[in-house]
Design a binder for this molecule. Structure first.
Ligand code: AMP
Length: 472
């Protein structure tokens, strides 16, 4: 078996690695570090959880230890699709450079340009950035990329999903032709293949096993669930989720709950909180300081449940997550693998349960095909409630029920806002949408939040005769 000491890393980097407690390199590290140290381009096909961050940071640091930073001209560049991922790479750099004097700048949105410019002005060895923010700095004339000797593109397939490929191509064009490129992607979509063919020069290709085949220590399960009525699906699914959590008892020390849409991330977190579960949301529309605070609280164990969207959670390295709940079946099968990969890390066991509604069955079949395994069906933990005359929705207490309703009625409105604008504000979910719908749920025309569609709920006074009403 390869040892770190066989890899030709700088001795001070080796010392930091030993202090991190790593005994031997992971396959992606053993494959990528030697060619990277020789100055070759590397194409790493690996997912998060495989140790890929160290597979590019360790050789980069060893190479950088030989030179010196110049003002406004970073010597290396790491591009990440999300702020969280960039912050995580920065943390890795800090850990592995603790015995060296190397400087870094983290260029991500949500932090003031001034602060970041002051650091760049002094000269940095490593620039870790999201593509948009890096280009903003470049356009302000504060950054020169012509001294970049090593450039890393991390999670390229997520960059593709997020529409960053034109930015990446532009950034490649701003760096010297002679640079060394280390390029990582979990999958090789045709567009990614094209980029690597264009910008990498005779790369050494290292592919490590998919996480799906490696995650034998994760117990999986799925609840096939059909709502009593389509308009009750959201609230009934939330109830199933609560019961699933309850069933796990103390074994569920902490969990990530994944939703497909940002709007459901908010609604689910809010609803869980109302039911006494310690939950907070994280998605791309929340401002940076809020996201950082939430993540820190989750990492430290202060927060028990993190409700997340795929983008926000992608690549997050949170050790010790006991459970992952898929509130929705992800529409890309590969996202399932990423999601469940948050648990069962570093040899620990983990558990994951997904809720699948009938219209998600096609996506669910794609997941089983991808992982080449049947996911065991779990019985719905919610016992069907006895038919009721009027209120059939949630069986819980009144104030909580009100929240669920509010959240439900806000969902369509917020959906539109999610796609229409990408600012950091949260739409006011308590406001009526201003649009009336003639059928179904969410008959929220500014009459206050307690009034729901008559098909759902018949207020008892309406059932009284006119005389009875006058008398009451
Ligand atoms: P990554 O795939 O880069 O997100 O890394 C996943 C996790 O593996 C992180 O918590 C790393 O600290 C950890 N890790 C990275 N390299 C090693 C190693 N050689 N041995 C043990 N753990 C590692």
């Amino acid at each position: 078996m390869t040892k770190f000491s066989d890899l030709n890393l700088n001795p001070k980097v080796l010392k930091a690695v030993a202090e991190a407690g790593y005994e031997s390199p992971t396959p992606i590290q053993a494959g990528a570090i030697p060619p990277a140290l020789e100055g070759k381009d590397v194409l790493g096909i690996a997912q998060t959880g495989t140790g890929k961050t160290a597979s590019f940071t360790l050789p980069m640091i060893s190479l950088l230890a030989r030179g010196r930073a110049r003002a406004r001209m970073p010597r290396s560049l790491v591009l990440c699709p999300t702020r969280e991922l960039a912050a995580q790479v920065a943390e890795n750099f800090d850990a592995y450079t603790k015995h060296l004097k190397l400087t870094k700048a983290l260029l991500i949105g949500g932090v003031s340009f001034k602060e970041q410019e002051a650091i760049i002005d002094k000269g940095v060895d490593v620039l870790i950035a999201t593509p948009g923010r890096l280009l903003d700095h470049f356009e302000r004339g504060k950054l020169i990329l012509s001294d970049v000797k090593v450039m890393v593109v991390d999670e390229a397939d997520r960059m593709l999903d997020m529409g960053f490929i034109p930015d990446i191509e532009r950034i490649f064009g701003l760096t010297p032709f002679t640079r060394q490129t280390l390029f990582f992607s979990a999958t090789m979509a045709p567009e990614i293949e094209r980029i690597t063919n264009t910008f990498l020069s005779a790369p050494v290709r290292i592919e490590v096993a998919r996480q799906a085949t490696a995650s034998e220590n994760i117990t999986q399960g799925v609840v096939m669930f059909k709502a009593s009525r389509r308009d009750r699906e959201g609230s009934e699914k939330r109830k199933v989720l609560r019961e699933l959590i309850k069933q796990e008892g103390d074994a569920c020390t902490n969990a990530i709950i994944f939703c497909n849409r940002k709007t459901d991330v908010d609604i689910t977190a809010k609803s869980m909180k109302k039911y006494g579960l310690d939950a907070a949301p994280i998605h791309g529309d929340l401002d940076q300081s809020h996201r950082t605070k939430t993540l820190d609280a989750f990492r430290s164990g202060e927060l028990r449940f993190l409700v997340a969207s795929d983008v926000a959670a992608r690549g997050l390295d949170i050790p010790d997550v006991s459970h992952v709940f898929n509130f929705d079946v992800p529409s890309h099968a590969e996202d399932y693998v990423h999601r469940i990969g948050r648990t069962g890390r570093a040899g620990k066991s983990g558990k994951t349960v997904m809720i699948c509604v009938p219209r998600d069955e096609k996506n669910f079949a794609a997941i089983e095909a991808l992982i080449q395994k049947e996911i065991p069906r779990i019985e719905n933990p919610v016992t069907p409630s006895k038919p009721k005359k009027a209120k059939a929705e949630d069986t819980d207490t009144k104030p909580e029920k009100k929240v669920e309703k509010k959240a439900e009625s806000a969902a369509p409105q917020q959906d539109k806002k999610d796609t229409a604008k990408r600012d950091n504000k949260q739409p006011n979910r308590d406001k009526p949408s201003g649009r009336s719908r003639s059928r179904g749920r969410g008959n929220d025309r500014g009459h206050g939040n307690d009034v729901v569609g008559m098909g759902d709920h018949l207020p008892s006074f309406i059932a009284l005769s006119f005389d009875e009403r006058r008398a009451s």
